[in-house]
Each structure stands twice: as C-alpha cells, then as structure tokens.
Ligand binder design. Structure first.
Ligand code: SF4
Ligand code: SF4
Length: 311
C-alpha cells in the first residue's frame, strides 16, 4: 500500500512506555496480544534507562501502557521518579487489575502521585463489556471506578483526572465522541453513581487480535475499505506519531504503540532498530515515519489517538 500520505515528526512531547505484555485480561480486540501467559516485562535496568532519558529531556508527559503496566514490579518506582522531575504521568489502566494480588493500595498511590488514569470501558452495558473483555470484567470495573471516585478521581476541581476509553465492539467506526460522552455520563451516573472527566473514543486497529477476529468473520477487507474511505486529510496534522515516541519492554523505540506491535521501528539511517539510550539529546524533528495501511485507523472519521479524537 498504501497511498497513505508521507508524514514527518515534529517536536517530541510525550514518552509512551510499554512496561510489558502481561495482562490479567485477554480482550478480543487487543492490538498487543496481551494476556496472563505473556512473560515479557521491562526490567529494572531498562526502567533506569527510561528515567535517565526523561532526566535528559524536557518532555512534559510520561504515558504508561502494556499489557497491564501496573503488573510490572518497577511501576511505582518509575512513577515516583517521573513525578519528582515534574512530569505529568498517565496510567492506562484496565481497572480490573486493581483487584489483582499485589495491587493493594494502588488507587491511593495514584491519588498521592496525582497520576492521570485513562481507563478502558467500552460500554456502559454489562453484556457488551463482558463480551469484549471477559466475564465479570464489567462488575470489577465498576468496583474500581467507585473506589477511584471515592478518592476524588473524576470529580470536578479535585485535580485527579479519570478519563474513560470507548472502542467499538465490532468492525465499525466509533460514534461522535461528544455525543457518546453525554450518554456515558448519563448512564454511568444514573445507573451506578459513577463520575468521570472525559470519554475518549478510539478506533480499533486492524492488527493482531482484532485483525484475526475480522478475518475469522470475513470482514477484514470491508473494515480496511471503511477506514480508507473515511480518511480525513485534516487529521494528519495531529496524529500522535508526530510528537510521541513509544518504547518497548526492552527499550527499543517506535513511532507509536501500533508500529511497536507490528515491529516497525523508528527509522534512523543505517540502523535496523534504535534503543532509547541512543536517543539522548537527539532531535527527531523531520524524521520520517513508517506508515502502513493500519495508519488509516488514526485518520478515519473524527481521527483516533491514545487520547481520543483528533479533530
Ligand atoms: S486490551 Fe488492554 S486490558 Fe485487554 S488484553 Fe490488551 S492490554 Fe489487557
Ligand atoms: S498508526 Fe502510528 S504511525 Fe500510523 S498514523 Fe497512527 S500513530 Fe502514526
């Protein structure tokens, strides 16, 4: 392919770190094939390289993902170190992990460190959530959300941000983010007394587990055409790969989490892949970005990024 327009990097603002592929869930749309059986985890030496990189940069944001990033034994150390440097820290949380052994006191730790929580909740209906994410996930998610609300998360003026993520349950684009946010606020508020700050709609990427699902129901090509047909040139300006780098559990660098999942590394002349420790004080502005057909998942319709729509 692909006919996808060439884009280049602008100034680096965000370091997104994948702390490993282990997860207590095994969702049918997961683009990193995470699950309880995965053993890949960022070790302490690589965590310390991440901290050294942050210390040498003037980045404003650290975005932690996985798998379930909380399952990494060095998770709290990394957050404490980043917060001491004044970085804004985001934890991409699946909510149910907060009930796993060893996670005791994690909600209080988040509140204490002023960590922003971006939590997956693909619907306000139990059947839909359990279908996509596993039996019992909806009820466990509600328990976690209630606990976070009790600590002030999602409440106006508390300074503790709790943002939810919707992704479609099938091969279609998300509805309008603003309208769906109103529905979520009403339904979660009235049914369960839960509050949150913002809803982010994210398009499912046609890679790994979701691609397998599409193929199994004979809809891969239809979905690809849907994404390509809905491409909006105006979204190219703000796709996240222009100002973010994504680091894998071994410290190697990619232009985004999706390219990481596909093994498409950050490009640097004469190199097959680049380690974060080699990027100290290197300006990536104007670096080319490897783009394949999955990139239409970012530019279709309202656009999609790790923080919802682009336009
Ligand atoms: S989508 Fe998130 S919660 Fe689900 S298996 Fe993947 S990493 Fe885990
Ligand atoms: S998939 Fe990654 S590389 Fe492609 S447009 Fe989206 S953010 Fe950029």
């Amino acid at each position: 392919m692909t006919g996808f327009p060439v884009i280049r990097r602008t100034h680096l603002e965000i370091l997104q770190v994948n702390l490993g592929y282990r997860c207590n869930q095994r969702c049918i749309h997961c683009h990193v094939n995470a699950g309880p059986e995965r053993t890949e985890m960022m070790d302490r030496a690589t965590i310390d390289q991440v901290i050294a990189f942050l210390a040498s940069s003037n980045l404003r944001q650290l975005d932690l993902t996985g798998g379930a990033p909380e399952m990494n034994p060095h998770f709290r150390h990394l957050i404490r170190s980043a917060r001491v440097m004044g970085l804004h820290v985001i934890d991409r949380c699946n909510l149910t992990v907060l009930e796993e052994p060893g996670m005791e006191g994690l909600e209080e730790f988040f509140a204490d460190q002023r960590v922003e929580i971006i939590a997956s909740l693909p619907c306000y209906l139990k059947e839909n959530v359990d279908h996509q994410r596993g039996n019992g996930v909806f009820e466990a998610s509600l328990r976690a959300l209630r606990k976070l609300n009790q600590l002030g998360y999602g409440r106006k003026d508390s300074g503790l941000s709790l943002n939810l993520v919707y992704n479609p349950l099938g091969p279609f684009l998300p509805p309008l983010q603003t309208l769906l946010e109103e529905d979520y606020r009403k339904e979660l508020g009235e049914r369960y007394g839960i509050v949150f700050n913002q809803l982010y709609t994210i398009t499912n990427m046609p890679i790994h587990r979701f691609e397998t699902l599409l193929t199994s129901i004979g809809k891969r090509l239809i979905y690809m055409k849907l994404l390509q047909g809905a491409h909006q040139e105006g979204n190219l300006e703000s796709v996240m790969c222009r100002r973010l780098i994504s680091v894998d559990y071994q410290g190697y660098v990619y232009d985004c989490d999706f390219n990481q999942a596909l093994g498409l590394p950050l490009q640097m002349e004469g190199r097959s892949r680049v380690h974060l420790s080699e990027l100290m004080e290197i300006d990536l502005k104007e670096n080319p970005i490897p783009l394949l057909e999955h990139c239409y998942g970012c530019t279709a319709g309202q656009g999609s990024s790790c923080t919802g729509v682009l336009n």
